[in-house]
Design a protein around this ligand. Sequence first.
Ligand code: ARG
Length: 458
Amino acid sequence: MWGGRFAGGPSALMREINASIAFDKRLWREDIAASKAHVAMLGAQGIVEAGDAAAISEGLDRIAAEYAADGVPEDPALEDIHMHVEARLTELIGPVAGRLHTARSRNDQVATDFKLWVRGASESNDRALAALQRALLARAEEHAATIMPGFTHLQVAQPVTLGHHLLAYVEMFRRDRSRFADARARADECPLGSAALAGTSYPLDREATAKALSFARPTANSLDSVSDRDFALDHLMAAAQCALHLSRLAEELIVWASQPFGFVKLGDDFSTGSSIMPQKRNPDAAELVRGHSGRILGELVALCVTMKGLPLAYSKDMQDDKEPVFAAQDLLEVSLAAMAGMIGSVTFDTARMRAAAATGHSTATDLADWLVRVAGVPFREAHHITGRAVKLAEERGAQLWDLPLAELQAIDGRIDASLFDVLSPEASVRSRTSYGGTAPDRVIEQIAAAKAALERDA
Ligand code: ARG
């Protein structure tokens, strides 16, 4: 493809370090689509004769059919997917194939192909995230009123509802979807027609190729077009943040499935046994989701470091842009699917969750709030009185609601029997009716709102 000015060929090592076909063959669909858009425009503009443009386009269709049926045959001498397609086109239709590369460079070609691929990956992530949200919402609906302990510092803090806890992740994944959507919106400009770096002297119609490839518009600066990989970085940043959310949910499932917690039993479909300990039931899928998140973050860092300090315009370092994105995407896809599967089949031990919510004096805040609301005590003083009640309960090895009224009144005379109405975990969650709060009524509203939002953008 570029041999004209060389007397000798590249060494075997040069070929080896140069070749990207082993991974960039994943771009074949995008490469052929971009070539078809390009040649149709060349034909329409009279840059290539209409008959030649048609022959090239038909040849590209035949290559697409071959690749779809048999995969991309790899020839390391042909470097990358762009050269593979062009070489095969030459075999199929002869020297007229050489007209395809008019007014184009592999630099704008690869930027276009990769952007198209990333956009497709982002759309597929959006669908996978919506499926995960739906799985979470279904379980939240079942458990809108199920009591569990809410934690801070992984210490029992206040009772919450399981539905509310699951909805927290629905929110995280909603933001992840909007991050991918933002990235897609910024990537909505087509680099094709920027050529090597400076643009071209041919009378291109870049609006037409942009439109044919469903971009909103062509990119505005040819130097930026061939050296910009923000779209890949944006995608990886969204992926890393999504993976981070997945890792938190995975971690909770792992902790909840442990015997001391016993909050959940993961389905057989997402558990593994041990080859030596017959009793074991391990949360491997959740652990791998947690593990994959570290690798996804690593791929983001890898591409940041590759791009850092690169002068304009294209440098071959940028060929290393694809593997981090492909790897992260593969890891994220399997993680999202596995998480949706786990959420679908996990069994919640609601009795154990309820029992755990009744430990750690989880309704102490309710006692303090009662003192403020009913007895008119300033909150700081109420906090102090409640602390004494907790201390007494601890000495007795009892919970607050087990303390006799007389002993509570000995701590503060303003306490009366109506206090006991607010001390149970059920009363506690029922009272948390502030917008976004854990009360079952609020949770049911939040589920309805989340479902409506899902349907709106479906
Ligand atoms: N395989 C190359 C890549 O992925 C295509 C662009 C090559 N351009 C060049 N000037 N060598 O980046």
